[in-house]
Design a protein around this ligand. Structure first.
Ligand code: AMP
Length: 278
């Protein structure tokens, strides 16, 4: 695997691939890699001649300085995992390389998408996400880019960004990888104490329960029980059931529905979601 820290050297290297008819699959990450990230790399390796991963803890998408500071960094292990999974190129820039003119992300307006759920609880978060994805796409110019459905709303924001900026890229959304006991894999899980790790299990347990009961109970009934179960163990920011395509109210049972959750387990913020009727 080749490692680049510099944009110019990376673009020089990548430039020859499209001319040779070789496709580039791109997986943007913030590092502290786990098998969720690696599933994206493997999927990219199946469909592309070249797999590029970026590791960049993007400061403009953090709305809390302490969250940014505490974000785990495990670059040595990340490199080993990427090599094992068949990644060809790692882009690992410093913040000054990505934002030479200063750390700023202009406000974006993708309608309600950017102001509800994650957008409401993490003001400016999606502006930062959109900005870094835009910059990374301009640098890597991938044919395909891989994102995890674990960050459900982020997938929708990236989709809106690609449409607005007319990026010639195919987006591939990949299923959420879970630990054997159901907890969604996340870089933030390493910050959970043993006690909080136990408590966090209620998230996937409740989401699976909602999926199993979706055809039998009404949405208010499902949410009432879910709220009670989750609030017993965690500080819930939101738990809701919405139309999976619009993130608006579900109006008919035929609509694809998704349950969205965010909350705090100790001082670690976790998100998860589940498609309820696929
Ligand atoms: P992050 O490093 O958290 O920015 O994540 C990088 C990419 O990996 C994003 O597209 C995430 O949605 C995806 N990802 C994170 N956790 C998982 C998971 N448990 N399963 C599948 N994809 C994931």
């Amino acid at each position: 695997m080749l490692l680049f820290k510099n944009i110019r050297e990376l673009t020089q290297y990548l430039g020859s691939f499209p001319q040779q008819g070789k496709s580039i699959g791109f997986v943007p990450t913030m590092g502290a890699l786990h098998q969720g990230h690696i599933s994206l790399i493997r999927q990219a390796a199946e469909s592309n001649e070249l797999v590029v991963c970026s590791i960049f803890i993007n400061p403009t998408q953090f709305n809390q300085a302490s969250d940014l500071e505490k974000y785990p960094k495990t670059i040595g292990n990340d490199v080993l995992l990427l090599e094992e999974a068949g990644c060809h190129v790692l882009f690992y820039p410093e913040a000054a390389e990505m934002y030479p003119e200063g750390l700023y992300a202009p406000p974006r307006n993708f309608g309600k998408l950017t102001t509800i759920y994650e957008g409401a609880f993490r003001p400016g978060h999606f502006d930062g996400v959109a900005e870094v994805v835009k910059r990374l796409f301009n640098i890597v110019q991938p044919n395909r880019a891989y994102f995890g459905l674990k960050d459900y709303q982020q997938c929708m924001v990236v989709q809106a960004l690609v449409k607005e900026e007319k990026f010639p890229v195919d987006l591939v959304f990949c299923p959420t990888m879970r630990e054997a006991d159901g907890l969604a894999m996340s870089s933030r899980n390493r910050r959970l104490s043993q006690d909080d790790r136990e408590k966090a299990l209620i998230i996937s347990k409740t989401l699976f329960w909602m999926k199993n009961h979706y055809s039998r109970l009404s949405i208010p009934e499902l949410l009432k029980k879910a709220e009670t179960e989750l609030s017993n163990k965690l500080k819930v920011e939101y738990i809701d059931i919405v139309n999976a395509e619009t993130l608006e109210q579900v109006t008919t049972p035929e609509q694809k529905a998704v349950a969205l959750f965010a909350g705090w387990c100790g001082d670690v913020r976790l998100i998860d979601n589940m498609l309820l009727n696929e």
